[in-house]
Design a protein around this ligand. Structure first.
Ligand SMILES: Nc1ncnc2c1ncn2[C@@H]1O[C@H](COP(=O)(O)OP(=O)(O)OP(=O)(O)O)[C@@H](O)[C@H]1O
Ligand SMILES: Nc1nc2c(ncn2[C@@H]2O[C@H](COP(=O)(O)O)[C@@H](O)[C@H]2O)c(=O)[nH]1
Length: 387
């Protein structure tokens, strides 16, 4: 299928008022993007005020204008936008006068992730994904029964490679253990709040595990990827299955204990659960190990018998043998001229500095895009030219 034609950027004169005060500098900055029998109205900040620009949909057939569920953290309001319809149900949005790390965004309106979420939520859905230069390593999903040593292995990895890996801090409704701190080990959440956030599509995955609710918010993954680090998720098998079914491309690792007896000994020695909870976790472990080994979710299975040996194998499969632990991946932002005009030539976007003096030009090559919501859109190749 060919690429849809570039759309027309309309600056709507009147903005929209539904009772929320709009900052004067962001008034009248809404743009409209035509896509089939719908117009996407992007910009202004009448709904979410200063936090993220607003998205509304105008259905041309019914002449109805409504607000979809907007997933992901979107761009902050700006003094102007340009947009282009790309193939595969995405709209490229370029901000004027923004910081390098907030300049390029993709609004997904009909990608497989959006279609999946639409089905799940039973409502119209769009999703924001920030555009970043180059490619980063895939997130790592680590699963395994409780007490097998996932947390221990992840801590070793983060200690040795502090600037390479970042931990996705999950939400849970279970109570904190004595050494656990809110927002470091988990976001300890109220069940009703977490359920509401799940309904609003804020979670990449969630599951009921050993009697409590656990989940990975989209924001938790974004925080890590935005810091330029490779994201590690410590989640149960049900969660791993959901991530596998999502559009997040990840490396899946399952950790097995040497025996059930050893698993039980480790859980007891950890001393964090009551006898009743230990029994529940051990009962669940049998099914988890069976599924972890046979479901095809996990591309890699590690046996955590001797901790040092297991850690060495983990580093080997992550390609970390002989890697300098100090240097992490750095994601650079995309620096655009503050005032600019934008044009599109096939899969290249040309951003030209406005004005008569020596003008700089930035060419964004979108031919190798990958990733996308939930998370970042990667693979933008950038050429900066000073004329
Ligand atoms: N290879 C090993 N040999 C002996 N003890 C180990 C080994 N790996 C981890 N342990 C110990 O086992 C206990 C459980 O480990 P850890 O807390 O990392 O498990 P986990 O898989 O993260 O559990 P949960 O899913 O409940 O969070 C800890 O006390 C840890 O020190
Ligand atoms: N599906 C998810 N599972 C998660 C998440 N965070 C943790 N977990 C799993 O829960 C059990 C129990 O953890 P504990 O801290 O109470 O011992 C463990 O297997 C974790 O992997 C999550 O966000 N989603």
């Amino acid at each position: 299928m060919g690429e849809a034609p570039a759309f027309v950027v309309d600056h709507l004169e009147n903005g929209h008022s539904n009772g929320v005060v709009v900052k004067p500098e962001y008034k009248n900055t809404e743009i409209s993007v035509d896509l089939g029998d719908r117009t996407f109205l992007i910009g202004g900040n009448h709904e979410r005020n200063n936090f993220s620009i607003c998205v509304q949909i105008h259905d041309k057939n019914s002449d109805n204008r409504f607000s979809p569920v907007v997933l992901g953290t979107g761009p902050k309001p700006s003094k102007g936008y340009s947009a282009f319809v790309l193939k595969q149900g995405r709209i490229l949005v370029i901000k004027k006068g923004s910081t390098p790390n907030d300049s390029i965004w993709f609004l997904e309106v009909d990608t497989s992730y959006v279609r999946e979420q639409r089905k799940l939520l039973g409502r119209e859905v769009v999703a924001w994904s920030k555009g970043v230069k180059g490619n980063a390593e895939k997130p790592i999903v680590i699963s395994g029964p409780s007490g097998v040593g996932k947390g221990t292995l992840i801590s070793m990895l983060m200690k040795e490679f502090p600037s390479t890996f970042g931990f996705s801090v999950s939400h849970t409704t279970r109570s904190p253990r004595s050494m656990e701190r809110d927002r470091i080990h988990y976001h300890f959440a109220d069940k009703s709040v977490m359920e509401k956030d799940i309904k609003e599509g804020k979670f990449l995955e969630f599951a009921s595990v050993h009697g409590n609710l656990y989940g990975t918010s989209i924001e938790s993954v974004e925080v890590v990827t935005d810091s330029g680090k490779r994201c590690i998720l410590d989640i149960d098998v049900q969660g791993a299955r959901s991530v596998r079914a999502s559009s997040l491309d990840a490396t899946f690792i399952f950790v097995c204990p040497p025996s059930m007896k050893e698993l039980e000994d480790r859980l007891r020695a950890r001393g964090t659960e009551t006898e009743e909870q230990i029994q529940k976790r051990l009962r669940n472990a049998e099914a988890e190990i069976k599924e972890g080994r046979s479901s095809g979710i996990f591309g890699l299975i590690l046996y955590n018998d001797n901790l040092e040996e297991c850690y060495k194998k983990l580093k080997t499969i992550l390609g970390l043998d002989g890697v300098d632990p100090v240097n992490g991946v750095e994601i650079e932002g995309i620096d655009l001229p503050t005032e600019h005009t934008v044009s599109k030539l096939e899969e290249k976007i040309i951003v030209q500095e406005a004005g008569d003096a020596q003008r700089s030009k930035v060419v964004l090559d979108l031919s190798s895009l990958n990733g996308g919501a939930p998370g970042r859109t990667r693979g933008i190749l950038v050429d900066a030219i000073v004329l």
